[in-house]
Ligand binder design. Structure first.
Ligand SMILES: [Zn+2]
Ligand SMILES: [Zn+2]
Length: 329
């Protein structure tokens, strides 16, 4: 099959590789589309390590089940999504406590096991989700990480009315719609001077949009940082009220500069959000269908996956990039 693989840091290339074969409990999948996530860029840059390279990245897989050896609740022909969380041990203290996102031995799709920048994939059936109708393949792909992680971050930010989003990319453009549907006020922060990004955010319901170096028109109840820039942590703390929560939603962030304790004082909270649970997906995917969330997608052919990552790096598109594997090219 055709695939795109990441090897040593900085090295990504298309390759012909053997078709994968499913073990019992796994599904063999024909990949239709796979969303591009900033984590894929961190893997390429070596900021998130790959245990045994090369690996096929991609953890927002939209696929049809071709075969399901052994006992599986998901029948061949079903359209499924495959997220970042690919396997958990079920035995560690985190798994037993319902926090499988923190599993000590978790395996992640597109890092520890091959992902969806490929024509075929295999995945543990217990971590695949039948997908709701009403979304095209390309449109639903960004919900599988950008949407899911964003949703988890929004829940951990609490139910405050005024929500700040730092970095208005794939996650923010989904979560803005969820927050708006919940009747919240949205404040969007982009790279300074990114007028197009600020217009995009206003178009999705933001009551205020500006550069990350600006103070919003109102004090925020909570803020979610999707960008990988550590200097946004003190900036967001300065923008939230007493008792407000700042959630760091990325897997990697540049060092956080030191800041005055005054910014944290007043029972402000800084926390990260790590990975997702299957429960998050069971809650979020039906919610996204009900709202309904509409994603803005830029399509790339499989062979153009390296270009998609460079365009993501430089902020060259609004919303999300998706590899259109079934579309050819
Ligand atoms: Zn575990
Ligand atoms: Zn992701």
């Amino acid at each position: 099959m055709r695939a795109v693989r990441i090897g040593a840091p900085g090295s990504i290339a298309a390759a012909e590789v053997p078709d994968p074969s499913p073990a019992p409990g796994q599904l063999l999948l024909r990949v239709h589309a796979c969303g591009v996530c900033r984590t894929d860029l961190h893997l390429l840059d070596g900021e998130v390590s790959i245990p045994s390279p090369p690996v096929i990245p991609g953890h927002q897989i939209v696929a049809t089940v071709l075969a399901a050896p052994g006992e599986s609740a998901i029948a061949p022909g079903t359209r499924v999504g495959v997220p970042w969380l690919g396997w958990t041990c079920g035995e560690c203290r985190y798994c037993r406590a319902g926090a499988e996102n923190l599993c000590d031995r978790a395996r992640f799709t597109g890092r520890d096991v091959d992902g969806g920048y490929a024509e075929l994939a295999v995945a543990d059936a217990r971590f695949c989700f039948p997908l709701p109708d009403g979304f095209e393949d390309l449109a639903i792909a960004p919900l599988l990480c950008a949407g899911l992680i964003g949703f988890r971050a929004l829940r951990l930010a609490g139910d405050g009315e005024r929500v700040g989003l730092y970095g208005f990319g794939a996650s923010a453009h989904v979560i803005a719609q969820v927050a708006a549907a919940e009747g919240r006020e949205l404040y969007a922060f982009t790279r300074p001077g990114d007028g197009a990004g600020q217009d995009f955010a206003r178009g999705l319901g933001a009551v205020w949009a500006g550069g990350s170096d600006e103070r919003p028109s109102q004090e925020l109840d909570c803020a979610i940082i999707f960008a990988a820039a550590g200097e946004l942590v003190p900036a967001a703390l300065a923008a939230v009220r007493k008792g407000g929560v700042v959630v760091c939603a990325g897997i990697h962030m540049s060092p956080i500069p030191s800041f005055s304790y005054d910014l944290l004082w007043g029972e402000r909270v800084v926390r990260s959000v790590a990975n997702l649970t299957r429960g998050d997906a069971r809650e979020f995917l039906p919610l996204a269908a009900r709202i309904p969330v509409r994603t803005t997608v830029t399509r790339y052919a499989l062979a153009d996956a390296p270009q998609a990552l460079e365009d993501l790096r430089h902020g060259r598109f609004e919303g999300a990039a998706v590899i259109d594997v079934a579309g050819g090219g």
